[in-house]
Design a binder for this molecule. Structure first.
Ligand code: FRU
Length: 486
């Protein structure tokens, strides 16, 4: 990545002749592993989902985007819209980092509806001549031409005393007719936290204070906070950086998870909550964001990737995608995450749909992009193993051990190139319930597995050959098995 000098990373797209950008797009098109049903960048690097809102029949979902290569550089917001959370339309770049406060990137933020218009609040990232960072929080709204108009100067122009310039990713929400925003921050002593502001009009913001949680020494920075209420509970999502691995937990370079408790006590910003829970035990998941759907469902989308990691698609000039949208529900004080029901619209051909008495070994199908659903599972052997994207040379293995209720994803042989091997090649979780359902979505370079109706989820990138399409089940069990091409 040596060609990525500072100048190259901070060059705006408008500096490029349109033909050169066109050539980049064509190069991306020659790449193996382009997704078939996930949001992915046309060129360059995608990271966090941003500005996720529903308005007048349309979902708006933006993402952090560096157009010119698979590295983190000058960030734009790219805009996608959908009527059903399944089919997404490409609306192009919507937020352009071309003003002084966001001259080095339009960083992450959230969406909200005010005066019947989509609004956003995001972080302006600016570097001075000494390359010192200056962050501000900027409000804007989506115009009918698809561009975001910024309300400058920034609504929160500087960082308050006590915090470093790592101060970003405002999430706006409304509570009893007052607007609040929660921002990810780093204290001067280099520990992570979130802070809260309030506003009557979502333009003029007043500092309330730091959100008081039990986790006051938990990593060096908290990115991308989100707060919402579900069934009378308050849920704070955030992505802490700098957490050490602990058994099966915290295995990735950075983590994402949640605290659940009583609704935030907003006047004095205190929060009574349980322990931090990771949202996803896969290899590639970060910076999730939620929104409220038309019918009141809480929907979450994450970045299916992580910072500071090289991926095989880099050499085709693109990197990463977003996860499928998941519906969040609450059961026994824990979040459950299920693929949104609309995703059944992706099903094309039914490859397999029957009650199954599995004795040892079955090769039910061959497919590259598919959904597999195993339900009413009753296992009589010690373990169940499912291999997907399998061939003589490669396979991605999902394994469940009945005695320990441990579920493992092994991507050590998932392709000729396996990303981030320095962080290990398998991920495991111990389930609370014996495995009874498994729902798996496999795209050209990803797997997302939902266990026990959303008790646990894992999202992972894999980079197999397109010809590795075997699906093999091993174990003794009765179950219902369905496989659909997508
Ligand atoms: C998380 C993050 C955010 C920041 C954005 C910049 O991945 O680091 O904190 O706003 O990415 O692209």
């Amino acid at each position: 990545m040596n060609q990525w000098t500072r100048e190259a990373r901070y060059r705006p797209l408008s500096d490029l002749a349109p033909e050169v950008y066109q050539l980049m797009k064509e190069e991306v098109r020659t790449s193996p592993w382009r997704f078939s049903f996930h949001i992915q960048p046309p060129t360059g690097l995608l990271n966090d989902p941003n500005g996720f809102v529903y308005h007048n029949g349309t979902y708006h979902l933006f993402y952090q985007w560096f157009p010119l290569g698979p590295v983190h550089g000058l960030k734009y917001w790219y805009h996608m819209t959908s009527k059903d959370l399944v089919h997404w339309f490409d609306e192009g770049a919507a937020l352009i980092p071309n003003d002084d406060p966001d001259s080095h990137g339009a960083y992450s933020g959230s969406g909200f509806i005010k005066n019947d218009q989509v609004h956003i609040m995001y972080t302006g990232n600016k570097r001075d001549a000494e390359w010192n960072r200056h962050t501000s929080q900027i409000v804007g709204h989506l115009r009918s031409d698809g561009r975001i108009e910024k309300h400058l100067p920034p609504a929160i122009p500087t960082v308050p005393d006590g915090y470093t310039e790592h101060f970003r990713d405002p999430k706006v929400f409304q509570h009893q007719d007052v607007w609040y925003c929660i921002i990810g921050a780093q204290r001067n002593d280099l520990t992570g936290c979130t802070v809260v502001y309030r506003s009557e009009d979502a333009e003029h913001w007043t500092w309330i204070g730091e959100l008081d949680t039990r986790y006051d020494q938990f990593g060096y920075m908290w990115e991308c906070p989100d707060y919402f209420e579900l069934d009378g509970k308050g849920i704070l999502l955030f992505s802490p950086q700098g957490i050490e691995p602990q058994g099966d937990r915290y295995q990735n370079i950075f983590q994402s998870g949640y605290l659940i408790g009583d609704p935030l006590n907003l006047p004095d910003v205190t929060f009574q909550h349980d322990d931090f829970v990771e949202l996803d035990f896969g290899f590639d998941f970060y910076a999730p964001q939620t929104t409220l759907a038309a019918d009141g469902r809480r929907i979450l989308v994450g970045w299916m990737g992580l910072p500071d990691i090289a991926y095989p698609s880099d050499r085709f000039n693109w990197a990463h995608g977003l996860t499928l949208p998941r519906e969040l529900t609450l059961e026994n004080q824990q979040l459950r995450q299920k693929p949104v029901q609309e995703l059944t619209a992706l099903r094309k051909e039914t490859l397999y749909a029957q009650e199954l008495t599995l004795e040892h070994h079955i090769m039910p199908a061959q497919a590259e992009t598919f959904e597999l659903e195993l339900s009413h599972l009753q296992l009589s052997s010690d373990q169940l193993e499912l291999k997907v994207r399998a061939s003589d040379q490669e396979e991605t293995i999902l394994r469940y051990e009945a005695e320990t209720k441990r579920f493992t994803i092994d991507r050590s042989k998932s392709g000729a190139e396996v990303p981030a091997v320095e962080f290990g090649t398998s991920r495991s979780i111990t389930l609370a319930e014996p495995l009874h359902t498994l729902r798996l979505f496999v795209d050209r370079s990803s797997i997302e597995v939902f266990l026990n109706d959303g008790e646990a989820v894992a999202s992972s990138r894999i980079f197999p050959k397109s010809t590795s399409q075997g699906i093999v089940l091993t174990g003794d069990a009765t179950a219902h098995l369905a496989i659909y091409t997508l």
